[in-house]
Design a protein around this ligand. Structure first.
Ligand code: S3P
Length: 454
């Protein structure tokens, strides 16, 4: 188990790129596996989460090969996956487990999805319930909460003559993982899948399906996929798509850490190239603009899969407190921990609300960030659905624990980078799930950060 040792107060300067977007990476792998023929995915993250999806696909009979250019995937078509020999290990990756639950619910073979202890304590009824409602034979394990289910997830095969049903479903909580699981299962259904969300969550799946010519229609928070409907050219859908060549834009959720460090460590200025700026993901940028951040975004157009990307430039300067909730919160669901670190540096009281989903991420991120901020001397109140953070106090170095959560580890590191003296972040192996080059990248920008084997 390793730890970060950080001596804060050194300005960060320079240009960087971040690993490929994790959410887009999972989907690119899945859609390439289901394509007719070969695909090339460039810029895929080397993080363990994307690797978990790739390894599961291998176990399902898809051949994936790392080449100098990217990952080459030999697609097997929508109906070409084969039964795996053993359990499918999703590691720490909730996106892998939930998206694959949807995909595998439509197959004529059985599957069993397992995960690490953190993933095995996350709620799965949100996918199991609606998949059952469309005829899937899927079950989870019982656990801490009554009426909830957890990994391992077992899926029985659909026998000859049986198929999934159409589904009309109003999702109680905005969730791209649930939405995507239901759309993937919808590719195998006898009727349309019609979903609505309280607020639009990240829409990578919808963009990619549309790009690949699948019969999907999106209207605000509603999305419909009808395999019997026409494709994008108006003709009957051919029932699949051909291989493709895609570049995954950089992950804004990873860029957020260098961005936050640049905004809060005196004398810093960084430029982050080729970052994905899909508007369903840019809530943090909007929140930071409201907080007076010195930051510019230069559009670079759209990558394949219909994903916009840009170059971000951020410079140290005073920040004022912000308010985050509602739709904005959904568009920055993974950036709440780093926003909490930023709020500690802003003048005044920042309120983060409508964030109770954060309690069921890789850790209870509201509790984790309240305790982490508190350890550095930040006055913070934990609310049932958020945090109230009093910014601008004098802070001191601290020794904190990541709780095995990559975003908590990196957010704590950002806070420590702005504090004179030595801080220690324990249990940082988890950073490899999304951003293996995090420490190296910050060092290249001038940070005094070392990763030490505990
Ligand atoms: C993701 C969706 C979000 C997000 C997660 C990635 C995705 O989860 O927090 O990191 O790729 O679909 P929810 O769907 O649970 O909100």
């Amino acid at each position: 188990m390793s730890r970060f040792v950080i001596r804060g107060g050194r300005a960060l300067r320079g240009r960087l790129e971040v690993p490929g977007d994790k959410s887009i990476g999972h989907r690119a792998l899945l859609f390439a596996a289901l394509a007719r023929g070969d695909s090339l995915i460039r810029g895929l993250s080397a993080g363990l989460d994307n690797r978990a999806t790739a390894d599961v696909l291998r176990a399902l009979g898809v051949s994936l090969e790392e080449t100098g250019e990217g990952v080459r995937v030999s697609g097997v078509g929508l109906h070409g996956l084969r039964m795996a020999k053993g359990a499918l290990d999703c590691g720490n990756s909730g996106t892998s487990m939930r998206l694959l639950s949807g995909l595998l619910a439509g197959q004529r073979f059985g599957s069993r999805l397992v995960g690490d202890p953190s993933l095995s304590s996350r709620p799965m009824m949100r996918v199991v319930g609606p998949l059952r409602a469309r005829g899937a034979l899927i079950a989870g394990a019982s656990g801490a909460k009554l009426d909830e289910v957890y990994a391992p997830i077992s899926i029985a095969p659909l026998v000859e003559g049986e198929s999934l049903l159409g589904l009309e479903y109003d999702m109680p909580v905005a969730s791209a993982q649930v939405k995507s699981a239901l759309l993937l299962s919808g590719l195998y259904a006898a009727g349309p899948t019609s979903l609505s969300e309280p607020v639009v969550s990240r829409d990578h799946t919808e963009r990619m399906l549309a790009y690949l010519g699948a019969p999907i229609r999106v209207a605000g928070p509603m999305v419909q996929l009808d395999p019997a409907g026409p494709g994008d050219d108006g003709a009957a859908w051919s029932g699949g798509w051909d291989g493709f060549d895609w570049e995954v834009p950089g992950d804004l959720s990873s860029a957020a850490f260098s961005l936050a460090a640049a905004l809060t460590v005196p004398g810093s200025r960084v430029e982050i190239d080729r970052v994905g700026t899909n508007p369903t993901r840019t809530g943090l940028l909007d929140a930071l603009r409201d907080m007076g951040a010195r930051m510019t975004t230069r559009s670079l157009g759209a990558a394949a899969g219909g994903e916009p990307f840009a170059c971000l430039d951020a410079e140290y300067g005073a920040l004022r407190a912000g308010r985050v909730g509602g739709e904005l919160l959904v568009r920055m669901i993974d950036e709440v921990p780093v926003l909490a670190a930023l709020a500690a540096r802003a003048g005044g009281s920042t309120d983060i609300r409508d964030a109770s989903e954060l309690r069921v991420k890789e850790s209870d991120r509201l509790r984790a960030m309240a305790e982490t901020l508190g350890a550095f001397g930040v006055p913070v109140e934990e609310l049932p659905d958020g945090l109230r953070i009093e910014g601008g106090s004098a802070l001191h170095p601290a020794r904190v624990d990541s709780r095995g959560d990559h975003r908590v580890a990196m957010s704590a590191a950002v806070l420590a980078l702005g504090i004179e003296g030595e801080s220690v972040i324990e249990d940082v192996d988890c950073v490899r799930t999304s951003y293996p080059s995090f420490a190296e990248t910050l060092r290249a920008l001038g940070a005094d950060l070392s990763e030490v084997e505990a």
